[in-house]
Design a protein around this ligand. Structure first.
Ligand SMILES: N[C@@H](CCC[C@H](N)C(=O)O)C(=O)O
Length: 278
């Protein structure tokens, strides 16, 4: 099976583009291929499939075999792949995901997409819809306790669930310790992606992430979107901010007019390979 290794700011994916539908063994395949010792190594396995609603369709399986509804960094990679490999001809395209249809605009240099802007849709803030086990219209600065420590989080779904926690120093925060305890907290029935964020200025934040289904990653596109929504809801940031991640920067705007979140950042193809195991 041929695959392409790509990443968005170091959030890395194995891209497979020759299936018509999701193969039945996708969870097992993802666990095997994403294994960093016995496989290719990646945060997720991404399938580019035909769509009858958009230019292409994307399904993403996390490294642990669970399926995610949405992935910002993968949408950018998939759009770049589709353009560079001539699955689409236009610099504006649409990608069907489990969370809806994403509009995408590419910046192209020398025939290759180098920068990708994505309409990530409207953030979902109602408790049950995120889902968070709290029936409130908005979950903002809500207390949460894990491992004997008190935190407060803002709940946001960008199609997938996020809990944003503001801390003093995100780059030095012990993500490996607190991430898994919060991901599986009883308040999150579908688990959650956990963002630890410190605010540098109203236009700039540092973010570290513990992702549902794959652990700490170098970047999370939906997490960066959720962070700016949470920053704006809590009065910490403006609606437009630069999010500094371990793997680089994302520009995020929660547009006041259409209530949609726009994400801009790079995507990179690194190598191609052929997979022999099941
Ligand atoms: N890295 C992604 C999100 C991938 C899915 C996530 N692990 C989940 O289970 O929701 C991004 O860039 O958004």
């Amino acid at each position: 099976m041929n695959f392409t290794k790509m990443n968005g700011l170091g959030n890395d994916f194995i891209i497979v583009a020759h299936f018509e539908t999701l193969p039945e063994n996708a969870p097992e395949l993802s666990r095997n291929m994403c294994d960093r010792h016995f496989g290719v190594g990646a945060d997720g396995l991404v399938f580019i499939l035909p769509s009858d609603k958009a230019d292409i369709r994307m399904r993403i399986i996390n490294a642990d075999g669970s399926e995610a509804e949405q992935c910002g960094n993968a949408v950018r990679c998939v759009a770049k792949y589709a353009f560079d490999h001539k699955l689409v001809q236009d610099e504006a395209l649409t990608v069907e995901t489990m969370a809806g249809i994403q509009r995408v605009w590419l910046t192209v240099e020398n025939g290759k997409a180098v920068q990708v802007k994505v309409d990530m849709g409207e953030p979902i803030l109602r408790g049950e819809a995120i889902p968070v086990a709290l029936s409130q219209e908005r979950i903002v600065n809500h207390p949460i306790e894990a491992g004997g420590e008190a935190f407060s989080f803002t709940g946001v779904s960008m199609g997938n669930p996020h809990a944003v926690i503001f801390v003093d120093d995100a780059p030095r925060f012990d993500v490996e310790k607190w991430g898994p305890l919060l991901e599986t907290h009883r308040l999150f029935p579908n688990k959650a992606n956990i963002e630890f964020v410190s605010v540098t200025s109203p236009q700039e934040v540092e973010m570290r992430v513990w992702e549902r289904g794959c652990g700490q990653t170098f970047a999370c596109g939906t997490g960066a979107c959720a962070t700016v929504v949470a920053g704006s809801l809590t009065g910490r940031t403006e609606r437009r901010a630069l999010v500094h991640l371990k793997g680089g920067d994302l520009e995020i705007e929660w547009n006041e007019t259409d209530n949609r979140v726009y994400m801009t950042g790079p995507a990179e193809e690194v190598f191609v390979g052929r997979w022999h195991k099941a």
